[in-house]
Design a protein around this ligand. Structure first.
Ligand code: LLP
Length: 421
């Protein structure tokens, strides 16, 4: 069951509410609309898939850092995956249990590692200098840090190069030929480091689960080697990366259960605790960006729908050439001509598009237009370019109440950066 559906009368609904009614009542600017029940359903599909395994679902906070969403996921039983000191502070504010949190990254700062050491989250070791910093942070905090080695498995995830992370030439993780150096370094620091597991993350938008199995086979071999040297390690972290159906094509894509089932036997064979780090597959399909049509124009051979949303609110199409499905919120008048449009924003550059070559009925000014699957890496990557302030966020609750879960940024917020200078 998915939260956003188009009914036969041509209206878009979310959790039984007509989206047009919401567009008519909330503020006149682009906004994000989430389904809270869909977040719960997505989490439950992971939880059910993991039955019979000891596991941590570490939600990748970078995908969407709305505090209300984090609190909801935490209450459902989620852990958190963090990539900066601020994400760590946010996760603590949202009440996450530090023993279910993982601090990741190829350039973690000493001050952030000190906070990580104080709070007792797991920390991934990414490089020689990173290990030095973790040791230093452990000494400053007076704590032993539980670490996982982030191994670069050199598996091709078959995705856009910007979101591939586990191949040989990527900036993340350690190469297998250096593994011994790291094991020796951990052995040399018994008062600072406790090795508890191994981690890998292959990339994002992965739509073939075989790729996860290939990586898990390699990782379990590394774990065998590490255990052979006397380390008692219990955790295999296979990262995040499961893709979703951005095209709304009806294609059957792997589910969380398919993902977990491809690694289940391996994990059980070595008596490991499994950590997974989903971001997109937990949150992307729970949300649309709601825009209004400013006008329609034609230049050369191109037709354009100009909307109030833009690359500032949602940069994935501009940055990765990503496809996100676009629909009108309400049916067009019967005589509206169906044309091929580029859907563009008001930002002053040609990279500013939300969709290219989309067949849509010529909309009237003010008509509502949604960009689907906007829950992951959209609001969290929004900017204030052209001083388009970051949009507000709303969600529909279980009882059908539409509640604001984040204020929209204002011009006054911007001016505050200059007070007293
Ligand atoms: N774990 C690690 C170490 C990661 O680097 C990432 C994402 C995740 C987990 C979560 O991956 P997910 O399940 O969300 O695929 N901005 C890009 C995506 C960048 C992903 C970065 N790493 C986009 O909009 O497609």
């Amino acid at each position: 069951k998915h939260c956003f559906t188009k009914s036969e009368d041509g209206y878009l609904y979310c959790e039984g509410l007509k989206v047009q009614d919401i567009v008519d009542t909330v503020e006149k600017r682009p906004f994000y609309l989430y389904s809270k029940p869909q977040i719960t359903r997505n989490f439950e599909s992971y939880r059910e898939a993991l039955e019979g395994l000891t596991s941590i679902i570490g939600y990748a906070v970078k995908a969407n850092n709305n505090l209300k969403i984090l609190e909801h996921l935490r209450k459902l039983g989620c852990g958190a995956v963090l990539v900066s000191g601020n994400e760590l502070k946010l996760a603590l504010s949202a009440g996450f249990d530090p023993t279910r949190c993982i601090f990741n990254g190829n350039g973690k700062l000493l001050e952030d590692l000190v906070l990580a050491a104080q709070t007792g989250v797991f920390v991934n070791v990414d490089s020689e200098f990173d290990l030095d910093n973790i040791v230093a942070a452990a000494r400053i905090a007076g704590k032993i840090v539980k670490v996982l080695l982030r191994i670069n498995p050199d598996v091709d995830p078959q995705v856009h190069p910007y979101v591939a992370t586990g191949n040989k030439n990527s900036k993340f993780g350690i190469r297998n030929e250096k593994l011994q150096w790291f094991l020796d370094a951990v052995k040399a620091h018994p008062n600072e480091l406790k090795l508890v597991g191994a981690h890998c993350h292959l990339g994002s938008t992965i739509t073939k689960v075989d790729i996860f199995r290939d990586a898990a086979v390699l990782m379990v071999n590394y774990i065998d080697q590490i255990r052979d040297q006397g380390f008692e390690i219990d955790y295999l972290n296979i990262g995040g990366g499961l893709g979703i159906d951005y095209y709304h094509s009806g294609a059957i894509l792997p589910t969380p259960r398919d993902l977990i089932d491809t690694v289940r036997k391996l994990v059980l064979s070595r008596d490991l605790n499994l950590i997974i780090e989903p971001g997109r597959s937990l949150i992307a399909n729970t949300c649309c960006l709601l825009n209004r049509v400013t006008g329609v124009k034609t230049n050369g051979t191109k037709n354009f729908i100009v909307i109030d949303g833009s690359m500032a609110e949602l940069i994935r199409p501009s940055l990765y050439g990503a496809y996100q499905h676009i629909e009108m919120v309400s049916p067009a008048p019967a005589d509206a001509e169906i044309l091929t449009f580029d859907v563009v924003g008001p930002v002053c550059e040609s990279a500013d598009f939300l969709g290219k070559d989309r067949e849509l009925p010529t909309p009237e000014r003010g008509a509502g237009l949604v960009v689907h699957d906007a829950g992951a890496y959209c609001m969290s990557m929004a900017s204030t370019y052209n001083l388009k302030m970051r949009p507000p966020e709303y969600w529909i609750e279980e009882d059908g109440v539409v509640a604001k879960i984040r204020h929209g940024e204002t011009f006054e917020d911007h001016m505050r950066y200059f007070t007293g200078l």
